[in-house]
Design a protein around this ligand. Structure first.
Ligand code: GLA
Length: 391
């Protein structure tokens, strides 16, 4: 952390010719299980990680916001009185922080002049929620101008950032990413009911097991539009079923209702949603038994593999690269389970690996992956961390 802080000071000084005042960190997130059900009323099990986005800031008396990041090292100077909606349809990274600030302005808040420098060690666009991290980070920094840290309602902050993603950025994501980045807790997975927003922290019980992230480095072209297609398919399935059954969300559907969905595509999507929700509940039971035996771990691992195959066959959001990682991991003895994580179409997979064997695992998978895809994967162990904070 200290290293990163001195790097931020250096970058900030170089950019703005002065010292920063305060420093912040928003983690990325990994979803352990419960994929593509956070917009179907399901329970999900994400956690915040020890990689994320950092910010150094300094207030001033101007009426301006200055933004800079390592992405393009350009300073964007924007007057608070401007309508930030003009940045909606750009591809500039500043649309994320500006979307959040616009949403706060819409709520009637007024802010001081500020210079921000963002720096990240989270691979951008890799499915570890860099977009939700910059949204939550910005919201936190700006809320701190009007509230103390303990007065900030982190759940409301997550909801605000989800709305920004939906309405300003145009990706119809669920609440999972923003919630886990705002509410993360060290060494705990967050069991979040996305319908009621009730949540419970579940301790990750296995000290000899590492959670390894494998970034396919496959460009996620069209991920946003395909993601929105899945949402539409789920919405349609729910509307069809609701004509006959009393259900409020798609996770309440049961297998015997599938025949009512005449289209094979809608049947497959709903099949994934139903089975994934059951897997989350099974994992919850296993994690609350306070039993860190190999048997338990093996059962958890099996559910991770099942989740992957369901995402591949029924939800159709995996890809060749992610499948290679999961299939090759499954052949290695020190691996308990693996699956794609996040929206899919590229991005990252996770694997549960015996801790002493992590280095072997990394070298074996890197080699196989390169052979089969001609791409280099980035593979690293992650720790389960707290949510957004001042550092
Ligand atoms: C993306 C979205 C989340 C969630 C996942 C899939 O990360 O932002 O809301 O839907 O995909 O589980």
């Amino acid at each position: 952390m200290d290293n990163i802080k001195s790097k931020l000071v250096e970058k900030f000084k170089k950019t703005y010719n002065q010292e920063p005042e305060r420093f912040f960190f928003a983690p990325g997130r990994v979803n352990f299980i419960g994929e593509h059900i956070d917009y179907n009323g399901g329970k999900v099990l994400p956690f915040a990680i020890n990689k994320g986005i950092f910010a150094a800031i300094k207030y001033d008396d101007s009426n301006k916001i200055k933004l800079c990041s390592h992405i393009d090292n350009q300073v964007y100077e924007i007057d608070y009185n401007n309508d930030f909606n003009q940045y909606k349809n750009t591809s500039l990274w500043i649309r994320y922080p500006l979307g959040v600030i616009q949403a706060l302005k819409n709520q009637g808040y007024r802010f001081k002049g500020i210079s921000l420098y963002y720096w990240s060690n989270l691979p951008v666009g890799s499915g570890l929620s860099s977009s939700a991290a910059i949204e939550i980070l910005t919201a936190y920094v700006f809320y701190l101008q009007i509230k103390t840290a303990s007065q900030i309602d982190r759940i409301q902050m997550a909801i605000l950032c989800q709305q920004v993603e939906n309405q300003f950025i145009g990706v119809k994501c669920g609440i999972m990413d923003q919630f886990s980045i705002a509410m993360g807790k060290k060494d705990h997975l967050i069991l979040l009911d996305t319908h009621s927003l009730e949540y419970e922290y579940l301790r990750f019980l296995f000290p000899d097991v590492s959670i390894v992230v494998i970034n396919t480095n496959k460009p996620r072209t069209l991920a946003g539009s395909k993601y929105n297609d899945r949402r539409t398919e789920c919405k349609l399935s729910l509307e069809i079923l609701q004509k006959k059954y009393k259900i409020n969300t798609l996770v309440e559907a049961t297998e015997d209702m599938l025949n009512d969905l005449v289209s094979n595509t809608l049947q497959k999507r709903t099949m994934h949603v139903i089975s994934e929700h059951k897997r989350v509940q099974k994992i919850r039971e296993l994690l609350t038994q306070n039993n860190s035996s190999i048997e338990n771990l093996t059962l958890i691992g099996k559910l991770l593999y099942e989740s992957h195959y369901s995402l591949k066959e029924y939800y159709e959001v995996s890809c060749y690269e992610l499948d290679v990682i999961v299939e090759e991991s499954q052949k290695i003895d020190s691996v308990y389970g693996a699956r794609m994580t996040g929206a899919g179409f590229g991005g990252c997979a996770i694997a549960l690996v015996k801790q002493q064997e992590v280095n072997n695992y990394i070298s074996q998978i890197s080699k196989k992956y390169k052979e089969k895809t001609d791409l280099e994967a980035d593979i690293f162990e992650v720790q389960i961390e707290d949510g957004v904070k001042e550092i």
